[in-house]
Design a protein. Structure first.
Length: 308
């Protein structure tokens, strides 16, 4: 009997995701035993600061990657959207799982939709990407920063007397809380985070046996889609703390990719869409067009503000 060890953050969502992965692995590999190592990351420790100000890419994954180097764990389960586009030497994504609903959602206090929110409504999110797009659609709303895991943020809806909070559909669904969703936001209104809704299964590149075990989790279609999205992010040198979004889907056998770059106040919002078959070429094309429109200057300004 083979025993392998997975590393995970210990937030309720991370644990739920990791347990889901363990179940799938056991289905495919009868007799396999999977131990779980819970690891606290910098992103989990620093909860009192807006995410974009904590700084640094890979806030939620560095300690877990170190545990893989140290062979305390054999592989790790992450939310793909928390993964920087560059992979550290010696590590790889052995699998990208089938994507859940990639959309953002609003949970409103009165159960209404986003467009029903009263003038000047207080909306909780610490994502600059969400803030930029929602303020662009509704310049009157006030963004309130809310950090912490899903449970904490749900509680803040009441505690801070917010009118709405914005979360990822996938996280709520995995937790069994889809019934709390007031509205799933169409990508036309809010382009999701790169890779949102997919899980990244990471291991050491030289560990052939683990790679083979994990390969059953890979979904080819999702990999193509998120490769296009992640190419945009990589070309714009972004991380999850920067107002960048990209969303790809398959339309008539082709990939359709939309990328956005915004200023945090929503005053500027650049958006470009293109279709194609090669995910990397498509991602590059969309990024290039965004840069032509001035994405570089917007992002530079945002980075300066963050570093103040
Ligand atoms: N930023 C934290 C985070 N990382 C992944 C998810 C949701 C699950 C996913 O996108 O796969 C969330 C919570 C959220 O944004 O609401």
């Amino acid at each position: 009997m083979k025993r392998i060890v997975v590393g995970t953050r210990k937030s309720p969502l991370a644990l739920t995701q990791t347990e889901w992965v363990i179940e799938r692995l056991k289905e495919h590999h009868p007799g396999l035993e999977v131990g779980m190592e819970k690891i606290v990351t910098k992103g989990d420790r620093i909860l009192d600061v807006t995410l974009s100000k904590v700084g640094g890419k890979g806030l939620f994954i560095k300690e877990i990657e170190q545990a893989m180097y140290d062979k305390q764990i054999d592989f790790a389960v992450h939310s793909l959207k928390d993964m920087p586009t560059e992979m550290p030497d010696g590590l790889m994504l052995a699998a990208i799982t089938e994507r859940e609903d990639p959309r953002d959602v609003v949970i409103t206090r009165n159960g209404g939709t986003f467009s029903d929110l009263p003038i000047g409504a207080k909306v909780g999110t610490s994502s600059l990407r969400r803030a930029a797009q929602l303020c662009h659609a509704r310049p009157d709303i006030k963004i309130v920063s809310v950090r912490g895991n899903i449970n904490t943020r749900l509680a803040k809806l009441e505690e801070l007397e917010l009118d709405a909070i914005v979360l990822a559909a996938a996280g709520l669904e995995r937790m069994g809380w889809a019934d709390k969703i007031s509205e799933r936001l169409a990508p036309e209104l809010c382009i999701p985070a790169v890779g949102q809704g997919a899980l990244a299964i990471q291991c050491r590149s030289d560990d052939q046996e683990i790679r083979e075990i994990l390969s059953v989790l890979d979904n080819e279609q999702t990999r193509r889609i998120v490769t296009a999205e992640r190419t945009v992010l990589g070309q714009l040198n972004g991380g999850c703390q920067i107002p960048i979004g990209a969303y790809a889907e398959t339309v008539d056998g082709e990939l359709k990719l939309t990328g956005i770059v915004g200023s945090a106040d929503g005053l500027t919002l650049l958006k470009e869409t293109a279709t194609g078959t090669d995910p990397v070429a498509l991602g590059q094309a969309v990024a290039e067009r965004l840069i032509e429109k001035g994405a570089g200057e917007i992002l530079e300004k945002v980075r300066e503000e963050i570093n103040q």
